[in-house]
Ligand binder design. Structure first.
Ligand code: HSE
Length: 319
């Protein structure tokens, strides 16, 4: 199959943006070239031999040679402005911004439809696990009964370190931040918001249901204390932050994010550290289990790379 040549305009050159740059250097087979990078901070030194940095978002939007926008910035509102402007200009978009997608899902679906351009966001949900692509392709005709998983790497890292290594909560969180796993506002991780945004994306691709963040309860890990840890240790259990969605017998969907005790029988029990794990219960294939690194520069960049590659053969989500 002949592949389209891609000229990329990249927004954001932080942990994942730089990770993508590195990953692309090691992927010579893909005809994808970063033509321009838009960054916010003028004073940061970026010694990577690329001349093409801009501070004006319009330089990329107005460049007709750029056919793919990759959005890897932190701010969800600014990200939505960029992504919607790019779609309106007919540029395909890859984004890793789960908050932006969750908060603007309906508008983003309308823009894709109206301007007939794809928006891909595999990296926004469970980083390196190709869960959206699987939900889109493999389960297209097999009805899903439930989706359950550990979808936030930072909280899983914190829970693993506090439980198994007796690290303090603050120290474990600091490590998650130093390793580039945590959001710049870590409440998004620890309060279960990031997991909720990802669950909302999973809901759309598994049940075709577009929810709003306010529709889904999220309880994070902040309320877990010594008492719960002691109970888990005594009973041979672990505590995991689990995002869950299922169809009830009445056909109604339930979805929530909540910390749970899990036993050794549960496949999520061994999903530790920064790993994520997703269980898909289906009508015909029973339960399938996806596992992989859920945060960090290269695992996230790997998912962005996969979306870029998919755009080269005009892939788009059908929902
Ligand atoms: N803060 C997120 C996490 C990053 O820890 O899972 C990846 O989405």
């Amino acid at each position: 199959m002949s592949r389209k040549e891609l000229n990329i305009g990249l927004y954001g050159f932080g942990c994942v943006g730089f990770g993508l740059y590195e990953v692309l250097q090691k992927t010579p087979g893909l005809k994808a070239n970063i033509k321009n990078i838009c960054v916010k901070d003028r004073n940061k030194s970026r010694e990577i031999g690329i001349e093409n940095f801009t501070f004006d978002k319009n330089d990329i939007l107005n460049d007709d040679e750029i056919n793919v926008v990759v959005e890897l910035i932190d701010d969800a509102d600014a990200a939505f402005e960029i992504v919607s402007a790019a779609l309106k200009k007919g540029k395909a978009v890859v984004s890793a911004n789960k908050k932006m997608i969750a908060e603007h899902f309906t508008e983003l679906l309308e823009l894709q439809e109206k301007y007939n351009v794809p928006l891909l966001y595999e990296a926004a949900c469970c980083a390196s696990i190709p869960i959206i692509r699987n939900l889109e392709e493999y389960y297209d005709n097999d009805l899903l009964e439930s989706i359950e998983g550990i979808v936030n790497g930072s909280t899983n890292y914190i829970l693993t370190k506090t439980f198994a290594e007796n690290l303090s909560y603050d120290e474990a969180l600091k490590q998650a931040q130093d390793k580039g796993f945590a959001e710049s506002n870590p409440i998004l991780d620890t309060g279960g918001f990031d997991a909720k945004y990802k669950l909302l994306i999973l809901l759309a691709h598994s049940f075709g249901y577009v929810a709003k963040p306010a529709d889904i309860f999220n309880i994070g890990i902040d309320g877990i204390g010594e008492l719960e840890l002691k109970y888990a240790r005594e009973k041979g259990l672990k505590i995991k932050l689990v995002a869950q969605a299922f169809k009830g017998t009445d056909g109604n969907l339930s979805a929530f994010v909540i910390p749970k005790f899990v036993s050794t029988e549960d496949r999520l029990y061994n999903v530790d550290d920064v790993f994520n794990g997703v269980l898909a219960k289906t009508s015909f294939a029973d339960t399938q289990f996806f596992v992989g690194k859920g945060a960090g520069a290269h695992p996230t960049a790997s998912a962005v790379l996969s979306d870029i590659s998919a755009l080269s053969y005009n892939y788009r989500y059908e929902y």
